[in-house]
Structures are given as C-alpha cells and as structure tokens.
Design a protein around this ligand. Structure first.
Ligand SMILES: CNC(=O)NC(=N)Nc1ccccc1
Length: 306
C-alpha cells in the first residue's frame, strides 16, 4: 500500500527533493496546473507557490524556470518515487474546459510539454518544456469545479499517447470529492482509464472520515469501490484521502493517526484488492504535524504497514 502526498501549495514549503528523501512518501502529486486553456492553441497556467523564480513564458501564466522542480523530479524518480503533475486544485475561475476539442488540445499540450521529450522538430518548436528534460510519470486530475465536460476525452487522448510510449509506465489519477456522483470526475471514471482514485474524505461532512470516526454520516468508500468496478478500469486502486494536519483542509475534518488507524484497517481488510493506500493533503502540512516523533505521513505509513 502507498502513501500519496500533494506537493506544491505548502506554506513556506521546502523543495521537492526534501519530500523524496522521506520513505513515507511513495507517490508525489505536484500541484498545480491551475489555469486551463480557454480554447485550442491556448496555453495553460501554473502555480507552485514559493517555488520557481516568478518568470513566465511571455504572454502566459505558465511558469518558466522552475529549477527546483526540474532538478528534483529525476532525483525523486531515481529514489523510486512516482511523480505526477496535478491539474486543477480548486481555483474555480480559471479551471473550466469548454468542449472535447479544447480538452484534447490540453492533453496534447501536457504530453509534449511535460511528458517524454519530443523528437519531432515541429513539436519541439511548438511546445515549451517548463521542467526541461524532466519527464513526469503521469497526470493527476484534482478537478473541483465547473462540471465534467472534456475530462474523459482528455484522459483518453493522454492514454493514446501512453500507448505509444514504451520507455516507462505512465499513470492517470483523480481526486474526486467524496459525495457521489462527483460532478467533475464521475463521468471520466466511467469512460476513461484511471490507475489511482484518491477520494477527498474531507471538506464534505456527510461522507467525511471525521463523520466515520464520530459515528454519523455515510462514509462511502464501499460505494466508491462499486463505482470503480463499474468504470473503465475496474482494477483502479482506491485511496483514502485525508488532511495531513488540522489546518490543511476546512476546519473539523482532520483526524488523528489513532483515529485514522481503525478506519484504514477496516477498509484495507474489507477491500484488499481495491485498497491502494492513503492520500494526504498535503506534504508540508504533514511535516509540520509531528506526533510521537513522526510526521503525519510517517504515522500513516506505520498504520499501512502494521
Ligand atoms: C486533492 N486536493 C485537495 O485536497 N484540495 C484541497 N484540500 N483544497 C482545500 C480546500 C479547502 C481548504 C483547504 C484546501
């Protein structure tokens, strides 16, 4: 079982390699590509908080020169970490896809800009390389607003590129909110191939991990298992998403490691095939939340390996 952490929006966060030096983190989602193309040929925008040097590709909101990230992605991969680039993150005003054509363009852009280094001179001319020669291990969809148009088309387009690429396995993951159906990702889960689904069992009270601990509401991991089994990839791994500290998500959703232990054990044992591990929002919050001498992520890792 794995621990997946989000990185890139942490308060005063250290550089990426700090989190790759931690054995508690297996998958790292770098967030975010937080502005989506308004139309075909439009470039997306990015934000990685205090990282990078504040330079954009001219006329765009796409960061250029994120030396900490392009240096650290191969460092992390050499340590066996899976590094995904996360799309979305929750800024409603800039995260919207108008149609499948725009979605497929978005997929093209991400593939040539952040995927394998293009060899076709035309592609080299057309697309930037924000992380230079670093090649991510796939893309994460943290889509929190504006509905489901385009996501299945975009993921299917990425999959068609993945099929042409034999150097390494590449992944698709998603971070739906826990209420079912998820307005943004349920259609994509039904119609396109995900490898990991990490459900945000926070910020929505009725299906939250906090509700399970307190004995109310409808924590719906089991229903998410059924959704995945009816989806395009029935073998997608399902993760329990949790806040990594009391201030990491909306107030009241944090659960302590000792509260998380029975929850994780219950569902790890109920659904051993589907259970993939725990997702944490987010890495710096985990570092700043030390309990019994271990970060929150290390505490969660102990539970997964116990
Ligand atoms: C996987 N994405 C997230 O977990 N996003 C997230 N936690 N956003 C957020 C929402 C409200 C308060 C703090 C963070």
């Amino acid at each position: 079982n794995n621990v997946a952490v989000y990185y890139g929006q942490g308060y005063n966060q250290p550089r990426l390699r700090h989190f790759c030096d931690q054995t508690s983190n297996d998958i790292i989602n770098i967030g975010f590509i937080n502005e989506f193309p308004a139309d075909v040929n439009d470039w997306p925008g990015s934000n990685f908080a205090n990282q990078c040097d504040g330079n954009m590709f001219p006329g765009t909101d796409l960061l250029n020169g994120c030396h900490q990230i392009w240096e650290d992605i191969p460092y992390c991969q050499n340590l066996g970490k899976t590094v995904l680039l996360s799309i979305g993150g929750g800024t409603a005003t800039t995260e919207y896809l108008k149609d499948d054509a725009t979605a497929e363009w978005f997929a093209d852009f991400l593939w040539y800009a952040f995927g394998p280094n293009p060899t076709d001179p035309a592609k080299i001319l057309e697309f930037p390389r924000p992380f230079l020669t670093a090649v991510v291990d796939g893309f994460d969809f943290d889509i929190e607003h504006n509905g489901g148009v385009g996501w299945a088309a975009m993921i299917n387009r990425l999959r068609s590129y993945y099929e042409t690429y034999t150097e390494k396995k590449m992944y698709i993951s998603g971070a739906p909110q826990c209420a079912i159906p998820d307005a943004q990702l349920s259609d994509a889960i039904q119609n396109s191939w995900f490898d990991f689904i990490w459900v945000q069992f926070y910020n929505t009270d009725s299906c939250s991990a906090r509700a399970w601990v307190e004995g109310y509401g409808d924590f719906n991991f089991g229903q998410w298992v059924q959704i995945i089994r009816a989806g395009a990839n029935p073998d997608a791994k399902l993760y329990i998403g949790l806040p990594a500290s009391s201030s990491a998500a909306n107030p009241g959703y944090y659960i302590t490691p000792s509260e998380a232990e029975p929850l994780i054990s219950t569902y790890m044992e109920l659904y051993p095939e589907q259970f993939g591990g725990v997702m944490l929002w987010e890495a710096t919050a985990s570092d700043n939340n030390v309990i019994d001498g271990l970060t929150y992520a290390e505490n969660i890792q102990e539970i997964l390996y116990s």
